[in-house]
Write a protein that binds this ligand. Structure first.
Ligand code: HEM
Ligand SMILES: Nc1nc2c(c(=O)[nH]1)N[C@H]1C(S)=C(S)[C@@H](COP(=O)(O)O)O[C@H]1N2
Ligand SMILES: [Mo]
Length: 350
C-alpha cells in the first residue's frame, strides 16, 4: 500500500472512530445500535491499517527513539494499539481495571488522547494525498480490502464472542454490563465529574416548577412522592446498566398541573449542584421524577429527594438531587459545560 494511502487511511480511521465514539455516548435507544457497529468498523479500519504502517516503520524504530518527532510516532502507535485492544477486550467481557478505572474508561480516555496525538502528528508531518497515490489496481485492491475487512470485522467479533460463550455476549448494545437490576438502591452510585453534594434536608426541600408556566409550583417531597410507575434502564457511559421500576410523579402530570405556556418547547431539569440538562417537551412528558426505586425510598447517592428518570437517554441525563423543573422556549446551551464543571467548586460537597 502506498505510504500516503496508509497514513491518510489511518487518520480517517482515527477521526471516524473518535467521532462515532463521541456519538455512542449520546446514544441510548435500541434503534441507535448501528452507531456502535459503525464505531467498531472505524476502530477495526484503524487496527488493520496499523499492519502496513508498522511493517513500514519497524526498521526505523530503533533510531526513532533518539529524536522527538520519532517519539510522537511511537506514542501514536502504542496508543492506537492500546485503544483497539481495550475496546475489543471490553466488548469480549474482560474485567481488567487499573487505578480505579475499568477497560472502557481507559478506552475512552486513551481514544481521546489518540485523536489529539494523531492530529498533532498529521499537522507536523502530513503530506498531501494526491490522485496518483490512489491510482492502479494494487492500490484499489488493497484499500478495498482494508475497508471490506473493517466492515466484516465487527460481525466476526460478535460471532466469536457468542460462539465462544464469552461474558461480553451478555452486554447491552451500548457495551454496558448489567448490575443489580430490580434490587432497590443496590446498584452503583456515580457522578459524571465532581458532583458530591451533602444530603439534602428532606423536610425543607421544595421542587420548583417554573419558567413558561401559568402556575409556578413549589412541591414538597410528600406531594411529589406519588404512585406513578415507570420501568426503565439506567445505562451509564462508564459501562454498566441497571433496570428498575421507578416511582414518583410523571413529568407530564407536573406540567399539566403547572400549565405550560404555548411557546414552551423545552424542559430543563436542574440539580442543587448546578448540574442540569434539558429535554424537548414531548420527551420530557415521557419522563418521571422518581422518589423511589423498587420498594425503597431513593437513597442520597441515587439523588434523593428526587431524580430524573429519562427512558432511552444515557445515564448522565438522569439529573440527581433535583431542585427545579423549568419550561423554556429553547434548549440550554450552557448545559454541556455545566455537567463538566458542577461540583468542582466544592460548594455543596460533603
Ligand atoms: C479514536 C480511536 C478509537 C478506536 C481506534 C476505537 C476502537 C474500538 C474498537 C476496535 C472497539 C471494539 C469493537 C466494538 O465492539 O465496537 C471499540 C469499542 C468501543 N468504543 Fe472505541 N475506539 C476509539 C475511540 C473511542 C471513543 C473516543 C469512545 C467514546 C467516547 C469509544 C467508545 C467505545 C465503546 C462504548 C465501545 C464498546 C462497544 C461495544 O461493547 O460493542 N471509543 N472501540
Ligand atoms: N446532579 C447530578 N446528577 C447526575 C450526575 C451527576 O454527576 N450530578 N451523574 C449522572 C450520571 S453520569 C449517571 S450514570 C447517573 C448515575 O445515577 P446513579 O448514581 O443513581 O447510579 O446519574 C446522573 N445524574
Ligand atoms: Mo454515567
Amino acid at each position: 500500500m502506498h505510504p500516503r494511502v496508509t497514513d491518510w487511511g489511518l487518520a480517517a480511521g482515527v477521526a471516524a472512530a473518535g467521532a462515532t465514539g463521541l456519538w455512542t455516548l449520546a446514544t441510548g435507544r435500541e434503534a441507535g445500535w448501528w452507531v456502535f457497529v459503525l464505531h467498531g468498523a472505524a476502530g477495526y479500519l484503524t487496527a488493520l491499517l496499523l499492519v502496513p504502517k508498522l511493517a513500514r516503520v519497524a526498521r526505523r524504530m530503533p533510531t526513532a527513539v533518539h529524536e522527538p518527532r520519532g517519539w510522537a510516532g511511537l506514542a501514536a502507535t502504542a496508543l492506537a494499539l492500546a485503544v483497539v485492544a481495550s475496546g475489543v477486550a471490553w466488548a469480549a467481557g474482560a474485567r481488567l481495571a487499573a487505578l480505579g478505572y475499568n477497560l472502557l474508561n481507559w478506552h475512552i480516555l486513551l481514544g481521546f488522547a489518540l485523536v489529539a496525538v494523531v492530529s498533532a502528528h498529521m499537522l507536523a508531518r502530513a503530506r498531501p494525498l494526491l490522485a496518483r497515490h490512489l491510482r492502479g489496481r494494487r492500490q484499489a485492491l488493497q484499500s478495498g480490502g482494508a475497508l471490506l475487512g473493517a466492515v466484516l470485522a465487527w460481525p466476526l467479533q460478535e460471532a466469536l464472542i457468542r460462539g465462544l460463550g464469552l461474558p461480553g455476549a451478555a452486554r447491552r448494545f451500548t457495551g454496558s454490563r448489567e448490575l443489580a437490576s430490580f434490587s432497590g438502591n443496590a446498584f452503583p452510585t456515580v457522578s459524571w465529574m465532581a458532583d458530591r453534594p451533602a444530603p439534602l434536608d428532606q423536610a425543607g426541600w421544595r421542587l420548583a416548577v417554573r419558567g413558561m408556566v401559568a402556575r409556578p409550583l413549589a412541591l414538597s417531597l410528600d406531594e411529589l412522592d406519588g404512585a406513578a410507575e415507570l420501568p426503565a434502564i439506567l445505562d451509564c457511559t462508564g459501562g454498566f446498566y441497571t433496570e428498575q421500576i421507578w416511582r414518583g410523579t410523571s413529568v407530564a402530570d407536573l406540567l399539566d398541573r403547572a400549565g405550560a405556556d404555548k411557546g414552551a418547547r423545552w424542559v430543563r431539569f436542574v440539580s442543587v449542584t448546578g448540574y442540569r440538562w434539558s429535554l424537548p417537551l414531548e420527551a420530557a412528558r415521557g419522563a418521571l421524577l422518581a422518589t423511589r426505586v423498587g420498594d425503597e425510598r431513593l437513597s442520597h447517592g441515587h439523588g434523593a429527594p428526587a431524580r430524573l428518570v429519562a427512558p432511552g437517554e444515557r445515564g448522565f441525563i438522569w439529573v440527581k438531587w433535583l431542585v427545579a423543573v423549568e419550561l423554556r422556549a429553547d434548549p440550554d446551551p450552557g448545559q454541556l459545560l455545566a455537567i463538566n464543571l458542577s461540583g468542582l467548586d466544592g460548594a455543596d460537597a460533603v
